[in-house]
Design a protein around this ligand. Structure first.
Ligand SMILES: [Zn+2]
Length: 252
């Protein structure tokens, strides 16, 4: 069971990185797998193949598998949120291995333990998947949870220079009609990005893994060739249609 995991901060090229790593590894790109099972996210989510969740062949199979599994999990939703986010980073891996059998995979599929949900997702994906959930405040410890569930986790860091991340964030804020003050954007990006990078390094250290930066510019040069061969592997789900294909290469 293999997971190619894209760490880092938002607006740093993770969507494009996920597509490229999917094409390189031959594993299905699932987008931000942390959202699989969040009803509010899935209400507006579309797969990269254009269909609404879970009507495409891939996600329909995932949904069938996850729905069919039985057996309520013992620990509350709050425990999962705690363990998947920043606080989970202090929990030893040996303890996480026991806890992934007790916390639920997600809100939509509470009958699966985290470890079972990951195993089923991997089985439907043919042995591995590319997860771009990053290492933000709410997903900082996700790579370690995946490893504790028995996955062989290969880490990569989505990385763009700070000024490009700030620019991308401001552009996104303007598109969404939110306030786009540069000062606020810089403060928020600097702190969030630093935390995301610290979390990524902590995961790499704990999993004794390397953490290569994804060279996005190199990937963009290759993108024209890759896009034709990886369509069948691209089942990224996203709430925002414009981000599905990684069109927004400056950002996520
Ligand atoms: Zn699809």
């Amino acid at each position: 069971m293999k997971c190619v995991y894209v760490c880092g901060y938002g607006r740093s090229g993770s969507t494009l990185a996920g597509r490229m790593l999917s094409a390189q590894s031959g594993h299905v790109a699932v987008g931000e797998a942390t959202h699989v099972g969040s009803d509010s996210f899935l209400a507006t989510a579309h797969c990269a193949c254009g269909r609404k969740y879970p009507t495409c062949g891939y996600w329909a199979a995932v949904d069938r598998c996850l729905t069919a599994a039985a057996g309520p999990t013992a620990l509350s939703r709050r425990a999962r949120i705690f363990l998947e986010g920043l606080p989970g980073l202090i929990v030893p891996l040996t303890l996480l291995r026991r806890l992934v059998l007790r916390i639920s995979f997600s809100d939509r599929y509470p009958q699966n333990s985290f470890a079972d949900g990951v195993r089923l997702l991997t089985a439907v994906s043919g042995g591995g998947f590319v997860d771009i959930s990053k290492t933000t405040r709410s997903t900082a410890n996700r790579p370690r949870l995946l490893a504790a569930s028995g996955m062989n986790v290969e880490l990569h860091l989505a990385w763009l220079p700070l000024r490009r991340v700030v620019r991308s964030r401001q552009a996104a804020a303007i598109r969404q009609g939110r306030s786009a003050s540069r000062g606020m954007a810089v403060v928020s990006v600097v702190t969030g990005r630093m935390l995301a990078h610290v979390a990524a390094r902590r995961c790499a250290q704990s999993l004794r893994s390397s953490l290569p930066r994804v060279d996005l510019d190199e990937f963009i040069r290759l993108a024209a060739h890759v896009s034709e061969i990886d369509e069948q592997l691209n089942h990224m789900i996203a709430g925002n249609r414009s981000r599905r294909h990684g069109i927004d290469a400056q950002g996520e």
